[in-house]
Design a binder for this molecule. Structure first.
Ligand code: RFL
Ligand code: PHB
Length: 381
């Protein structure tokens, strides 16, 4: 098989890249190791930056998102038993975020690119601009002009860049995430700082809540029966006059927290995009948005290359993308260390967290900085 751009991975990065290229008349094939059903039901992100929404809208992929996505003009920081709202539009010149699940973004993009995705096709190796892969028990090759590895943190793309440097931080905690069939107990997301640990109240729809609890990285799901999860959420969100609604838990998982960056994001005709090149802890809601920013840059660069042979944007891709990546790394790290209880941290560190949170709550400058990073800086910054 032959194509212009061979893409490994049908997550948001690979699917959106294929869609953006298709709109410019550039041929691509997406190889995905898992089944369509698996990819469409993997529970992950929920917050789309304004820039991500703009890209989906401009590319004609936003029909359902425009109908079902929930526009959010703020978040709540809850600490010391009190609520502090960060208002996005007034702090960022009118910007906001949209709550629309990654599973739905992926379903929408697969519907648009169905004919270009080969499911259950596992990339085995990248030799120059040829991808070797296994499909239906047989080894095959995909001959490409360019290869883009959008194959996530555990993919093979990164290892095909010989000069790669990696930067990493792990954290002494993990997130236990649940989906529950119960209307959200809040209108906006709540990020709660508590001496028992961090908790986050998010949502998927007016009927479905998404909640997260900081847990020990060695904890297993068996350690967390339903009642313990709800009791712990109750304790961490506790605030006078506020109650958490409980309902049947339909999905649960534990995710470790990690910061990771690989540099550069290009080697010859091979490019990395999304989680294949970088991971952020989810506290800043940045992972999916970074993946979208990477492939938006890459689609523009490849379009220019196919239009008139100009490779300057492809040459600049890694450096341009990494500037945004490091901004998101810093923001995600800051939110993570601000809000979680570090088991190795002493009371001094805990007091510093509270002081920083109070500063964000009272200072327009500090809350504007948080808001501008949360809604996302412009793509060109
Ligand atoms: P993905 O989604 O991991 O997709 C990679 C795809 O590549 C496939 N693959 C291969 N295919 C063929 N051959 C191989 N050898 C292959 N190896 C791998 C995989 O099967 C998969 O389908 O990466 P992508 O596209 O870069 O997208 C990144 C996002 O998924 C990720 O950054 C976000 O989910 C992170 N994230 C969040 N991001 C946000 O922007 N906002 C959020 O609110 C948010 N919350 C979250 C999150 C991630 C979480 N977890 C589970 C890590 C909340 C959580 C709990
Ligand atoms: C989610 O809705 O899954 C979500 C929201 C905000 C985050 C992380 C995850 O920071």
């Amino acid at each position: 098989m032959r194509t212009a751009v061979g893409i490994i991975g049908a997550g948001p990065a690979g699917l959106l890249l294929s869609h953006l290229l298709h709109r410019q008349g550039i041929d691509s094939v997406v190889l995905e190791s898992r089944t369509r059903d698996h990819v469409e039901h993997r529970q992950r992100a929920g917050v789309l930056e304004q820039g991500t929404v703009d890209v989906l809208r401009a590319s004609g992929a936003s029909g359902r998102m425009d109908r079902q996505g929930l526009r959010h003009d703020g978040i709540e920081l809850r600490f010391d038993g009190r609520a502090h709202r960060i208002d996005f539009p007034s702090l960022t010149g009118g910007r906001s975020v949209t709550v629309y699940a990654q599973t739905e973004v992926v379903k929408d993009l697969i519907a648009l690119r169905e004919s270009a995705v080969l499911f259950e096709a596992e990339a085995l190796a990248i030799d120059g601009s040829t991808i070797r892969y296994r499909h239906q028990g047989a080894e095959q090759t995909l001959e490409c002009e360019y290869v883009v590895a959008c194959d996530g943190f555990h993919g093979i793309g990164r290892s095909a860049i010989p000069s790669i440097r990696t930067f990493e931080r792990t954290y002494p905690f993990a997130w236990l995430g649940i989906l529950a069939d119960v209307p959200p107990s809040c209108e906006e997301l709540i990020y709660a700082h508590h001496e028992r640990g961090f908790a986050l109240h998010s949502m998927r729809s007016p009927q479905v809540s998404r909640l997260y609890l900081q847990v020990d990285p060695d904890d297993e799901l068996a350690d967390w029966p339903d009642e313990r999860i709800w009791d712990e959420l109750d304790a961490r969100f506790a605030m006078e006059g506020w109650e958490l609604r409980r309902g049947p838990i339909t999905e649960r998982s534990i995710t470790p927290m990690r910061s990771f960056v690989a540099e550069p994001m290009r080697h010859g005709r091979l490019f990395l995009a999304g989680d294949a090149a970088h991971i952020v802890p989810p506290t800043g809601a940045k992972g999916l948005n970074l993946a979208v920013a990477d492939v938006t840059l890459l689609a523009t660069a490849l379009t220019r290359r196919y239009a008139d042979g100009d490779e300057s944007l492809l040459d600049a891709y890694s450096e341009t993308a990494l500037r945004r990546v490091w901004r998101a790394e810093h923001f995600s790290y800051t939110m993570t260390t601000l809000l979680h209880r570090d088991p190795h941290q002493d009371e001094f560190g805990y007091r510093l967290q509270l002081s920083h949170l109070r500063y964000v709550a009272i200072s327009p400058a500090a809350s504007a900085s948080l808001a501008e990073n949360y809604v996302g800086l412009p793509l060109s910054s």
